[in-house]
Design a protein around this ligand. Structure first.
Ligand code: DGJ
Length: 556
C-alpha cells in the first residue's frame, strides 16, 4: 500500500517536472518568433517612412507584369506564357484568382487551378501576386459564381437611379460580404498550407478596381437608409485626429462645408455627388476591410486595393466612384485598416502625376497595372527611382511583342542587375529619377552637394533622330559616395552643378560604363572624348539602355 502511494507521489513529481520542462520550453518559444512569422512576406516601414516588401527576410524589388484577365483560367493555355515571362525577365507575375472557378458550388472549393499556377511559378523561379476577383472586378460583379449571380434575393445588387438592379453586388448586404469573406478566407488558409514556407505568393490584391458607376452611390433602399444616418463615428474621429495630415484634396472637400463633425453625409460633406462618393468609399472600404481582416487572420500576407483613375474633369458618378483614389485615401485608411496600401492602375499619359499622387502621406507606390506601350520602359526607370516603387507591372505583359529584343526586357534586365543597390538606396535621400518627352524636355534633380541637369537626348544637336514626336525617355541617378553616382536609363544627357549652384564649377573626373554581376559593379569601357562631349556631359543615347558610373570634382 505504502509503496504504491510512494509510486503515485513519484509519478506526480515526474508529471510536475515534465510540465515545468514544457512550461520552460513554451516560455523560450514565446520569445523566439515562430518560423512562419519570420518568413511570411511582409512590409517594413523604414525610419525615413519609405516602405519595402520583405520576402524571405530580404527587401524585394518587384519587376513584374500582370496577366490579361482570362489567361490564368486554363493551365494548358498558359503553357506558352511562362517561358515568355521568363524571357522578359519578370521576377513576379500578377495572376487573377476567380471566385466563380474557386467556388463553383457553394461551399465546395477547387484549388487545382491555383495549385497548378503556383507549381509553374516555382519552376520558373517567379513570385506571384494574387488578384482576388471576388465581389467586384472593374466595378462589376462578373466573377461571382452563378449560385450568387442567380440568387439576387439572397445576394442583392446595387440599384440604379431608375430603381433597377445592376450587375454589381451591393456593398450593403451582409450576405454578400460574408460569402466573399468565406471563400477568401479559404483561399488564404489554403495558401498558408501549400505556400507558407516557400512564399511563392508574396502579396494579395483584394478585389479589382472597385467603384460605383454611372452614379456616385448605390440607390438601394438599404443604401438610402445608411446615407440618411449620421456619418460613421470611426470616420469622423479619424478625420479629427488626423486633420493636419489629411490629403490636401480631401481636406479641401471637408473644408468646403465647414469641417463639420456631426450630421448626415450630406450635412458633413454637402449635397450632391461629392458626399455620395465619400459615402460609397466608406462603405466599400468597410466591406473590403472585413474580407481582408478575415483572410489575414488565416495568413497575413500584405494586402492592397487598386483603382481605376479619373479622366480629366470627370465628376463623381462619371468614373468608378468611391474606389481607392488619391482624394479618398483618408476615407479608405480609416475604413480599411487591414488594407496596407492603395495602388493606381496607370493607363493615362500623365504617369508621373499619378505616381506623385499615390506616393504621398506614407502610401508607398506599387503599380499593379500600367499601360504596355512605347512609354513603359521609361516609366519603369522613373517609378523605381523618383518614387521608390515597390513594384511595377505592365498589364497584359504576356503580349509584349518580340520579348527577346523589346526595350522593356532590356530595362528589366538592367533593373534586376541593380535591384540590390536600388533597394539599399531607398529611404536614404540618394536616389532621383526623371521622365522626359518633347513637352518636358528638361528636369533638375538634387542629391547632396550636386545638381543634375537632365535633358532629353534629342536636345543634343548631334543626336540623330527620326522625324515625328520625341519618345518618352527616363533615367535614374543614385549616389554611391559624395562625389560618385550611378546613372542609368535611356535617352538622357546629364550636366552638373553644385547644389546650390555657383559655389564652384563641377568637372567630370571619370565615367565608366558597366554592369552589376551578383550585385557587384564591373566596369567596362572608360567613356570620354566624344562619348562625354569632351568632358561636358554624361550621355546615354536613345538607342542605348545602360548604366554609367560617374565621378565628379569641383574647381574654381
Ligand atoms: C483595368 C483592369 O483592372 C484590368 O483587369 C483590365 O480590365 C484592364 N483595365 C484593361 O485595360
Amino acid at each position: 500500500m505504502i509503496t504504491s502511494k510512494k509510486k503515485v507521489i513519484h509519478l506526480i513529481h515526474q508529471i510536475l517536472k515534465l510540465n515545468l520542462v514544457f512550461f520552460i520550453i513554451t516560455l523560450i518559444n514565446s520569445f523566439i518568433p515562430a518560423q512562419t512569422s519570420v518568413q511570411i512576406p511582409h512590409l517594413e516601414i523604414q525610419t525615413s517612412g519609405s516602405t519595402q516588401l520583405i520576402v524571405h527576410g530580404q527587401p524585394f524589388l518587384m519587376i513584374g507584369g500582370e496577366l490579361g484577365n482570362s489567361n490564368a483560367s486554363d493551365l494548358k493555355f498558359m503553357e506558352w506564357i511562362w517561358p515568355k515571362l521568363d524571357t522578359i525577365g519578370l521576377n513576379t507575375v500578377l495572376v487573377p484568382v476567380y471566385w466563380e472557378l474557386l467556388e463553383p458550388e457553394e461551399g465546395e472549393f477547387d484549388f487545382s487551378l491555383l495549385d497548378g499556377i503556383i507549381k509553374k511559378a516555382r519552376e520558373y523561379d517567379m513570385h506571384l501576386v494574387l488578384l482576388w476577383f471576388g465581389s467586384w472586378k472593374n466595378s462589376m460583379s462578373c466573377y461571382v459564381p452563378q449560385w450568387v449571380k442567380t440568387d439576387q434575393k439572397r445576394f442583392p445588387r446595387a440599384v440604379n437611379e431608375q430603381g433597377r438592379g445592376m450587375e454589381m453586388l451591393s456593398a450593403f448586404s451582409v450576405n454578400n460580404r460574408k460569402a466573399d469573406a468565406r471563400v477568401f478566407t479559404e483561399l488564404m488558409k489554403h495558401l498558408k498550407q501549400i505556400d507558407g514556407k516557400d512564399n511563392t505568393v508574396v502579396m494579395i490584391q483584394v478585389e479589382n478596381e472597385i467603384g460605383m458607376i454611372p452614379q456616385a452611390r448605390d440607390r438601394s433602399k438599404q443604401a438610402d437608409d445608411e446615407f440618411s444616418k449620421p456619418v460613421a463615428t470611426e470616420l469622423i474621429s479619424y478625420l479629427q485626429k488626423n486633420k493636419n495630415k489629411l490629403i490636401p484634396a480631401f481636406y479641401d472637400l471637408w473644408g468646403e462645408n465647414g469641417f463639420k463633425t456631426t450630421g448626415t453625409w450630406q450635412d458633413v460633406f454637402g449635397v450632391g455627388p461629392v458626399a455620395e462618393e465619400i459615402f460609397s468609399a466608406w462603405c466599400y472600404a468597410r466591406y473590403v476591410n472585413d474580407i481582408a481582416e478575415q483572410g489575414k487572420a488565416e495568413y497575413p500576407l500584405p494586402m492592397y486595393v487598386n483603382a481605376a483613375l479619373i479622366r480629366p474633369n470627370y465628376k463623381p458618378g462619371q468614373y468608378p466612384s468611391g474606389g481607392p483614389l488619391p482624394h479618398l485615401m483618408d476615407v479608405w485608411r480609416a475604413g480599411a485598416p487591414a488594407i496596407d496600401f492603395l495602388s493606381p492602375d496607370i493607363y493615362f499619359p500623365t504617369f508621373a502625376e499619378w505616381c506623385r499622387r499615390y506616393h504621398q502621406s506614407g502610401n508607398p507606390l506599387f503599380i499593379p497595372e500600367v499601360a504596355l506601350d512605347e512609354n513603359t520602359a521609361a516609366n519603369a526607370f522613373y517609378a523605381f527611382s523618383q518614387h521608390e516603387a515597390m513594384g511595377f507591372c505592365p498589364f497584359s505583359i504576356e503580349y509584349l511583342a518580340d520579348p527577346q529584343n523589346a526595350k522593356l526586357s532590356k530595362v528589366y534586365y538592367l533593373l534586376r542587375q541593380m535591384s540590390t543597390f536600388i533597394l539599399a538606396s531607398q529611404g536614404k535621400d540618394k536616389m532621383r529619377g526623371a521622365l522626359l518627352d518633347e513637352v518636358n524636355q528638361r528636369d533638375t534633380l538634387e542629391i547632396g552637394e550636386y545638381r543634375f541637369n537632365i535633358a532629353h537626348d534629342y536636345t543634343f544637336a548631334w543626336a540623330k533622330h527620326a522625324e515625328g514626336p520625341w519618345p518618352r525617355v527616363g533615367g535614374m541617378i543614385i549616389s554611391v559616395a559624395p562625389d560618385e553616382f550611378f546613372i542609368a536609363g535611356s535617352g538622357i544627357i546629364v550636366t552638373f552643378e553644385t547644389n546650390p549652384p555657383g559655389k564652384a564649377t563641377v568637372g567630370i573626373a571619370s565615367i565608366d560604363e558597366g554592369k552589376f554581376v551578383d550585385s557587384k559593379w564591373i566596369a567596362g569601357r572608360r567613356l570620354n572624348g566624344d562619348q562625354s562631349h569632351q568632358g561636358r556631359h554624361l550621355r546615354i543615347p536613345t538607342t542605348d539602355i545602360g548604366i554609367q558610373r560617374i565621378k565628379l570634382y569641383t574647381y574654381k
